[in-house]
Structure formats: structure tokens, C-alpha cells
Design a binder for this molecule. Structure first.
Ligand code: UD1
Ligand code: CA
Length: 477
């Protein structure tokens, strides 16, 4: 049941100049999601009646990304009047006229805000009967941020932006975190009376504090003890810092849920990854997208999984895989390159220096060494010999190779697709399999070997090979 008395406004109209990027700032990613997607998720956790996002810079790209992640979001375009106050004013106009609940205001570029913090802020706001509650923080270096003005008794007097502050105000270390709860009516009235007479020529949302106080409303700034919740991303350095902190939080969450993660600093886990208890993640591992890992699996070291499903007790080491399904008890790597559409059945193996793509490999089947398996269906309990290649491409089209159950493909085979090797067959080492192999047979096409006596002495006189042959002859071999 949606919280009928709550709306959320997310500000995302700004340009993000300091990112120096063709990509709009709020679409940069940490933890596998855009900055704005993290904020949308925190907002959705409140179950609000409505979420409004304000856009302007690159509005088509930004609004498309917002709607893809949260289709019910109402998109509002900011006009030429600049400033956070103007952005919120236009967002309020998109709410139903009779909505007179609370409005939470968030920044699209502050991705570490979480639902629990917002719930606490809203609870305090409603409990205190206030018109405005904001999240503040005390920073050793408050440069660039709005400062909270208080009187001698500690009551909030207003917010002053750094560019408008005098020297004394700049020494204030309590800053405005840019995360607020307002009463809709009080905010709307305040915004109507705010002008752009300030250092930046903008309509400041922060001016609402003093306006609300003048008309008798209560305003409180609640200092957070977790400054990361308000950390904004303005440049690439802050993007990396926010990403590292998010990762640390995700890793800690998995550890608390029973996952062994040996080295949190070299392990990167996206927000959407799910991991069961008693999984072990070794250093240098990257888990991306919708990857899931079942209990008992050991992943790493130095492994990257993108959108993979890893079954219980699987062992994956020093490998890279995308869109692959690994069943229970498989063994993968070291140095396997697993491309989309690979499915490895229970107890199967993809070993060292093996590349696979669009390959269904049945239960207990093994591709142990130095092979390429593409566009293939392999049954159960089959073995693909070292150095074998599935030649799936004729230069124009891709074709499929089929290998049945209980097949022994010899070393260094080339399977020229389309071709089928039926159940219960052998192929000899070095076979180029161009024709289907019927069940129960041995396929071979090796030419008989000829040894031409004396060839080295005749054709390579004076070489080290000829000298070795000479010594062997002298020993009587
Ligand atoms: C704002 C606050 C400042 C606070 C800081 C915290 C104001 C006037 N100042 O400053 O007190 O310490 O956040 O990070 O609010 N945006 C729009 N439309 C606009 C301008 C901005 O949607 O016209 C959006 C931006 O895209 C961004 C957010 O509002 O997501 C904050 O804007 P930004 O310009 O970064 O504000 P700050 O100067 O950081
Ligand atoms: Ca900012």
C-alpha cells in the first residue's frame, strides 16, 4: 500500500560540468547501476504515492534512463529559471492539487542515500510537527557546501550558500546535505516568495528555510553520523570514492550474511548480485550485473563474472565469464574465457585456456585443455581432447556441432560444423571431423606416417639437428 502522504522529488536537471563527460552525470555508474538508479531505489523503498524527477540537461537520455529503471516516475522539465528552488517548484506543480502530505527532496547525484535514513528523517519530521527537516553533517572541510546558520540556543536560522557567505559564516562546519523533508503546503508558499538575488542568480531551495521560519513554521537540521549518505558526486574522483564506499557496504552486507570474502578491497560486487551463505570469494574477483552464486561455491582469485548463475559447490578460478550458467560442482579455469550462452552441466569441467561460446555442455562432460567450443551441444559424460577446435564459422554463417553422450573426442580434433558425433563414439587424435560419426564407431582420417631416412643429413647439413643425428648414428642408434 503506497504511502499516500508522501511524495519524493529527485533533482537531476544540472549539467555536471566537472565530470567533463559526454555522459550526463547522473548516468555515470557505481555498483553496476547509474547514480540516479541508486537514488530511485532509495526513494522507492519509502513506497511513496509519487516520485517526480526534474530534468533539463540531456533530458531525453536522463528521462529514458529514469523510466527504464522506475517506469512510474513522473518526469518534469525545468525551465530557464536556474536553481534547486525552481526545480522543486516545478515538481510540486506536477503533484495533485489536493496532495498536502510531505515531500522528500533528493539529489540525483548523491547515490549513497538509503531508505532507512530517509524513513528516520520523515519520522522525525512528522513527530516534530515541522515544516522542514533537512539532513546536515559536520565536516572538517565544508568548502563548496551550504552552511547551517543557528542562533545561540542552537535553533536553525537559515542556510547560506558558500558563494553568498561572509568569512564568519564560512567558518561554520555544519553543512547542508541537500536531503530534505518538507510539508508540501509550507514549501509551495515559501518557494513562491523566493527570488534569484544571490551570487549565482539562482532560485535557491535553501532559501526556503528562512522563508518558512518567517511565516512561523518549524525548521530543523538533523546531523547525520554517516556523512557518506549525503556525499554528492561532482567529479570523477568523487565518483570513484562513492563507488569504493558503496562496494565496501555491499561486501560487508554479504559478509554479515555468511559469505567469506577474503579481501574486501580487491573484491568488487555490484548491487544486484546475490550470494548464498558459505560461498567463498577470493581476492581480485569482480561480480557484476545479475550474477548469483549458490552455497558452497568458491570463486576466484582473479575472476570476473557478468550476469552468471553459479550452482552449489562450483569452483571457478582465474577466469572470465559472461551470461553463463554453471551447474552444481563444476570446475572452471584457470584461464577460461566463457562467453554468452555457455551452460555447463553438473560436475562438468571447462579447464585451462579454453574458450566457449553458445555451448551447452552436459552433466559430467569435460573440456579440460586448450580448446575452442562454439555453437555446440555436448551430451553427458563426454570428453573433448586437448587442443580441439569447434570450427563453427565458414566465413559466411555460423553452424552447430553436436556431440552425444559418452563420446571421447581425441586430442587436436577439428569439428567442422554442421556435424554430429553420435553417442558412444571415439575419434582419433588429430581427426578433422567433416562427416557425422555414427554411434559406436571410431572416426579417424590420419594419413599413414612416412619416415624418410637420412633426410636431415641431406637437406639440413651443418645444422645442430644434423649434428645431433650424426652423434646418434655414432652411438649406433
Ligand atoms: C546544493 C545546496 C547546498 C548543499 C549541496 C549539497 C542549493 C542552493 N544548495 O548545492 O546548500 O550543501 O547541494 O550537495 O540547493 N539541480 C536541478 N536544477 C537546478 C540546479 C540543480 O535539478 O537548476 C539539481 C542538480 O542536478 C543536483 C542537485 O540539484 O542533482 C543539487 O544541485 P547542485 O548544483 O549540485 O547544488 P550545490 O551547489 O551542490
Ligand atoms: Ca552538488
Amino acid at each position: 500500500m503506497a504511502e499516500q502522504h508522501l511524495a519524493v522529488v529527485i533533482l537531476a536537471a544540472g549539467q555536471g560540468t566537472r565530470m567533463k563527460s559526454a555522459l550526463p552525470k547522473v548516468l555515470h555508474r557505481i555498483g553496476g547501476r547509474s547514480l540516479i538508479a541508486h537514488v530511485l531505489d532509495a526513494a522507492a523503498g519509502l513506497d511513496p504515492a509519487q516520485v517526480v524527477a526534474v530534468v533539463r540537461h540531456e533530458r531525453d537520455r536522463v528521462s529514458a534512463a529514469i523510466l527504464e529503471h522506475a517506469p512510474d516516475t513522473v518526469i518534469v522539465d525545468q525551465d530557464e529559471v536556474p536553481g534547486t528552488g525552481r526545480a522543486v517548484e516545478l515538481a510540486l506543480a506536477a503533484l495533485p492539487d489536493d496532495f498536502d502530505g510531505s515531500v522528500v527532496v533528493l539529489s540525483g547525484d548523491a547515490p549513497l542515500i538509503d531508505t532507512a535514513t530517509l524513513e528516520g528523517l520523515v519520522k522525525g519530521h512528522l513527530g516534530g510537527g515541522r515544516a522542514m527537516t533537512l539532513l546536515s553533517a559536520v565536516f572538517d572541510n565544508p568548502t563548496g557546501l551550504g552552511r547551517i546558520l543557528r542562533d545561540d540556543s542552537g535553533a536553525v536560522l537559515g542556510i547560506v550558500e558558500e558563494k553568498d557567505a561572509d568569512d564568519e559564516q564560512r567558518r561554520i562546519t555544519e553543512i547542508n546535505g541537500g536531503i530534505y523533508v518538507f510539508s508540501r503546503r509550507a514549501l509551495q508558499t515559501a518557494l513562491a516568495s523566493i527570488d534569484t538575488n544571490n551570487a549565482q542568480g539562482e532560485k535557491y531551495l535553501t532559501d526556503a528555510a528562512a522563508r518558512i521560519l518567517v511565516t512561523g513554521g518549524d525548521v530543523e537540521a538533523v546531523a547525520t553520523d554517516d556523512p557518506w549518505t549525503i556525499a554528492g558526486v561532482n567529479d570523477r574522483a568523487q565518483l570513484a570514492e562513492a563507488g569504493r564506499e558503496l562496494n565496501a557496504r555491499i561486501v560487508r552486507g554479504h559478509q554479515r550474511a555468511g559469505v567469506t570474502i577474503q579481501d574486501p578491497t580487491s573484491t568488487w560486487i555490484d548491487a544486484d548480485v546475490s550470494i548464498e551463505p558459505d560461498v567463498e570469494i577470493l581476492p581480485g574477483t569482480f561480480l557484476h550485473g545479475a550474477t548469483s552464486i549458490a552455497t558452497g561455491a568458491v570463486v576466484g582469485p582473479d575472476t570476473t563474472l557478468v550476469d552468471c548463475e553459479v550452482g552449489p559447490d562450483a569452483r571457478i578460478r582465474r577466469s572470465e565469464a559472461t551470461l553463463a550458467v554453471f551447474s552444481a560442482g563444476v570446475s572452471v579455469g584457470p584461464f577460461a574465457y566463457i562467453r554468452p550462452g555457455t551452460e555447463l552441466g553438473a560436475g562438468g569441467k571447462i579447464g585451462a585456456f579454453v574458450e566457449t561460446k553458445n555451448a551447452k555442455i552436459g552433466d559430467g562432460s569435460k573440456v579440460p585443455h586448450l580448446s575452442y567450443v562454439g555453437d555446440a551441444v555436448i551430451g553427458s559424460d563426454s570428453n573433448i581432447g586437448a587442443g580441439s577446435i569447434f570450427a563453427n564459422y565458414d566465413g559466411v554463417q555460423k553452424h552447430q556441432a553436436r556431440v552425444g553422450d559418452g563420446v571421447r573426442v581425441g586430442s587436436k580434433n577439428v569439428l567442422i560444423a554442421p556435424v554430429t558425433i553420435e553417442d558412444g563414439t571415439y575419434t582419433a587424435a588429430g581427426t578433422v571431423v567433416r562427416k557425422d560419426v555414427p554411434s559406436g564407431s571410431l572416426a579417424m582420417n590420419v594419413a599413414p606416417q612416412r619416415n624418410i631416412a637420412g633426410w636431415v643429413a641431406e637437406n639440413r647439413p651443418g645444422t645442430s639437428t644434423a649434428e645431433a643425428a650424426q652423434r646418434a648414428a655414432e652411438r649406433g642408434e
